[in-house]
Design a binder for this molecule. Structure first.
Ligand SMILES: Nc1nc2c(c(=O)[nH]1)N[C@H]1C(S)=C(S)[C@@H](COP(=O)(O)OP(=O)(O)OC[C@H]3O[C@@H](n4cnc5c(=O)[nH]c(N)nc54)[C@H](O)[C@@H]3O)O[C@H]1N2
Ligand SMILES: Nc1nc2c(c(=O)[nH]1)N[C@H]1C(S)=C(S)[C@@H](COP(=O)(O)OP(=O)(O)OC[C@H]3O[C@@H](n4cnc5c(=O)[nH]c(N)nc54)[C@H](O)[C@@H]3O)O[C@H]1N2
Ligand code: SF4
Ligand SMILES: [Mo]
Length: 726
């Protein structure tokens, strides 16, 4: 029997776990009580790391398409196939003919996130699509223009705050996002123990809303209006106090002018919130000494994602709640923190997509337009795709269209651990080791942590499956024309030398792969650590709470917080127009009066589910089917539906049938269906998930409903029609 201490790579909370093994068999997974960040917390997903590792459906061998079928093959055969087809396709059609789609688990995987750069560099394609473009891109965009850096994202100082205003986030279920904080529940409880308040704005009364002191069931998509009316109130009532920030902020008067037309009364109908409540929220926020406004995916994957993300921080700034203890602060990571060295001011839209002219943001383009790029002939048409830890056939808007588009590609490679809804379309599938078979360090998420910590996880188990960084380097070499068997170690040496040069430290060449990279990032980092320091600390190293970082952290042209950047405020007229339009187009009166036929679709997450890909684990899908349409009793009654009846939900893009779950936790006029389901397709190898298939909510989301400044999909706020399934 052995015990290993690992950082869980399944979500942003980065919990420390204690894994017990009997030889190579995982016998138990518990929370590590000594972990510096999570102190023993574990959720059902983390507890399933053993089940994930032992899942017989998880791929351990490459697959190649032969005679239309995906069959098992050797690594050499798989790379020979890629070598035979990909470089030739690039020669014939140009570098943009190959697109990449990078999925969410990449952010939790040091091999993949670091070595992805080598792959993209070898491909030289501008077609880099990511899960970020159905997620947090508006926050990168707003932070980039406000503070100068796309990763200069303020997070709430959860452990010291006394007033937390949460919009469009359900951290008790998601365990926190753009806010790395193991054991969110204890941290939120701490706020209340200190006598503080938690206020939640969400169309659903979520677990977090139940836990909070106050919940406001806003209409979907109306957050920017609410926040702008709060800004209006601050100016109208002379409550603006920049405090220590005053010499570091530009554009306050512009914001005052922009908010002038948005008195609380003007937004009450669109938001569904009384003007008196809006004023009170503004006053309370202004009065609190230690406070933070925090918005998450309900505020980014909606029609006004950029404006909402911006206004969250405008409120933090105007009330003096930025960069101060107990407020919204800038984290400082031990490795890879993007904003510790002065960088060029952020700029988006340096290029635009071919078909719809959507902007690049941080080098990524919207997956909402991937199907256009595959289907539309002409120079630069996407003919081949590489997916890396992504399942866009379940996670991208207008998923049925994208699914059909993938079926029409000339060539597709998937690097993935399952043969699922997306990877079934591939010509070659390259597996990756399980989470327990690889080392881990959270380069990405520690940059968003509520406390500076550093924790290195060596691989717990060995594997016949090559490490993902090796696979990505081999793929890069093949693409660069080095043949099917490039010298991966030589490529790694080059990669490390290049990075060492950029960080200005010498690489420790006794190490390789992510070990060498993380070590050099740590040594270049603000805490002067080495990998050896972390290897000696299996429960992690605590580096203290967040500290004020203004002005050093700012990299705008002016060196100040730019409160009213043109790239953002130019979208305000679109918001103003939304105030007066008809219900079917988004924020504004919906549903309630009509007996609940036309409703507005939003999503939801469950503690035992992780986007689309953990449904093949029996312990996580046991029990009642959670892929339901949650409806308010008034709407269900209007349709003559009883709990458990099947309802057909139809949008512009398609329709699905799901069981109804009647609950007064959703706002009348709103229907909530989780994403990531719909496993009942042919050609997959996910025995358990197929039995618990559910339906694909992204058949309903619209690839033309976007946050305009960034092209991020508006996955919430989609008008749908409900009818009892015949
Ligand atoms: N309607 C609606 N749609 C949504 C959302 C929503 O709220 N509502 N949320 C959006 C958000 S926030 C996100 S992040 C996206 C997620 O979108 P995606 O990233 O496209 O989807 P995932 O379900 O995370 O799929 C992860 C894939 O990675 C594979 N995988 C897991 N671990 C590894 C590994 O270690 N290596 C490799 N190579 N592969 C691995 C899995 O098998 C799976 O195929 O979905 C988005 N879609
Ligand atoms: N258990 C579990 N944890 C996860 C994931 C998972 O799938 N399962 N996914 C991970 C990923 S990839 C991410 S990005 C994070 C996301 O982390 P969170 O953002 O905390 O996740 P959600 O639970 O989707 O919370 C979004 C909330 O926004 C609300 N909402 C929808 N539309 C609107 C709106 O217009 N306005 C407002 N104010 N609210 C709205 C929804 O009702 C929902 O409660 O979670 C991560 N953690
Ligand atoms: S909360 Fe997230 S990091 Fe923690 S155990 Fe669960 S999945 Fe893993
Ligand atoms: Mo996400």
């Amino acid at each position: 029997m052995t015990t290993a201490y690992v950082t869980c790579p399944l979500c942003e909370a980065t919990c420390g776990l204690e894994v017990t093994l009997d030889g190579a068999t995982v016998t138990g997974v518990r929370g590590d009580r000594d972990d510096v960040l999570s102190q023993g917390y574990i959720c059902p997903k983390g507890a399933s790391l053993g089940a994930l590792h032992h899942d017989p459906d998880r791929l351990r061998t490459p697959l190649i398409r032969r005679g239309g079928e995906l069959v098992e093959a050797s690594w050499d055969e798989a790379f020979a196939e890629i070598d035979a087809r990909l470089p030739g396709l690039i020669d014939a059609h140009g570098r943009d003919a190959v697109a990449v789609y990078v999925g969410n688990p990449v952010s939790h995987n040091v091999s993949a996130s670091v070595y992805l750069r080598a792959l993209v560099k070898a491909l030289r394609t501008t077609n880099v699509y990511t899960a970020g473009t159905v997620d947090q891109i508006p926050k990168h965009f707003s932070s980039g223009y406000l503070f100068g850096g796309a990763m200069t994202i303020p997070v709430p100082d959860l452990d010291r705050t006394e007033y937390l205003l949460v919009l469009g986030a359900n951290p008790l279920v998601s365990n926190g996002s753009l806010m790395t904080a193991g054991d969110v529940r204890s941290r939120l409880r701490g706020i209340r123990k200190r006598g503080g308040r938690i206020v939640v704005v969400d169309p659903r009364r979520t677990r977090t809303a139940e836990f909070a002191d106050e919940h406001h069931a806003i209409r979907p998509g109306a957050d920017a209006l609410l926040l702008l009316a709060m800004v209006h109130t601050l100016f109208a009532e002379n409550l603006v106090r920049l405090g220590t920030l005053s010499s570091h902020v530009a554009g306050v008067d512009d914001v005052r002018e922009l908010a002038a037309d948005f008195a609380p009364e003007t937004v009450t109908e669109a938001t569904g919130l009384p003007a008196a409540d809006i004023r009170r929220l503004a006053r309370e926020l202004a009065a609190a000494d230690r406070a933070a406004v925090y918005g998450r995916i309900g505020t980014t994957t909606q029609e006004f994602g950029t404006l909402t993300s911006w206004l969250v921080d405008v409120l933090n700034v105007l009330t003096g709640h930025l960069d101060r203890e107990g407020c919204a602060m800038f984290p400082l990571a031990a490795a890879g923190q993007a904003n510790t060295a002065p960088g060029k001011p952020f700029r988006a839209g340096r290029r635009h997509t071919r078909v719809r002219g959507l902007p690049e943001v941080i080098g990524e383009v919207p997956v909402a337009t991937l199907a256009d790029e595959i289907e539309t002939p002409g120079d630069g048409q996407v003919r081949a795709l590489i997916t890396l830890a992504g399942n866009p056939c379940l996670s991208a808007p207008n998923a049925a269209r994208l699914d059909a588009a993938l079926a029409g590609l000339d060539f597709m490679v998937a690097v993935d651990i399952y043969r699922n809804e997306t990877t079934r379309h591939a010509d070659v599938v390259l597996p990756a080791p399980s989470a327990l078979e690889r080392p881990h360090y959270d380069v990405t998420l520690y940059q968003l942590a509520v406390r500076s910590v550093a924790n290195w996880t060596p691989a717990t188990l060995t594997s016949d499956v090559p490490q993902e960084w090796r696979t990505l380097l081999r793929l890069s070499g093949v693409i660069a024309g080095q043949g099917p068997n490039p010298d991966v170690d030589a490529l790694d040496d080059l990669f490390a030398a290049d990075l060492a040069g950029r960080y200005g430290v010498a690489a420790d060449d006794t190490r390789r792969g992510p070990e060498r990279i993380v070590d050099l990032m740590l040594r270049a980092g603000p805490f002067d650590l080495t990998l050896a320091d972390l290897e000696a600390a299996p429960h992690g190293v605590d580096l203290g709470p967040m500290r004020p970082r203004i002005p050093d952290v700012l990299s705008t042209e002016s060196g100040k917080v730019e409160l009213a950047p043109e790239a953002i405020v130019s979208d305000v007229p679109r918001l103003a127009a939304a105030l007066t339009r008809s219900s079917a187009q988004g924020p504004g009166p919906v549903g309630e009066a009509s007996g609940g036929r036309d409703l507005i679709l939003i999503g939801r997450r469950h503690l035992s589910s992780n986007n689309s890909w953990m449904h093949n684990l029996e312990p996580l899908v046991r029990g009642s089917n959670r892929c339901t349409a949650q409806l308010h009793p008034d709407d269900a009654g209007g349709l003559g539906l009883a709990d458990g009846d099947s309802v057909t939900v139809t949008a512009r893009t398609g329709s699905i049938a799901v069981p109804v779950e009647i609950t007064d936790t959703v706002r009348p006029g709103v229907v909530s269906i989780p994403h990531g389901w719909g496993h009942d397709v042919t050609g997959v190898r996910t025995t358990v998930a197929t039995r618990h298939s559910g339906a694909n909510a992204n058949v309903l989301t619209d690839d033309f409903a976007l946050d305009v400044p960034t092209g991020t999909a508006a996955l919430g706020g989609i008008p749908v029609t409900l009818t009892p399934t015949p």
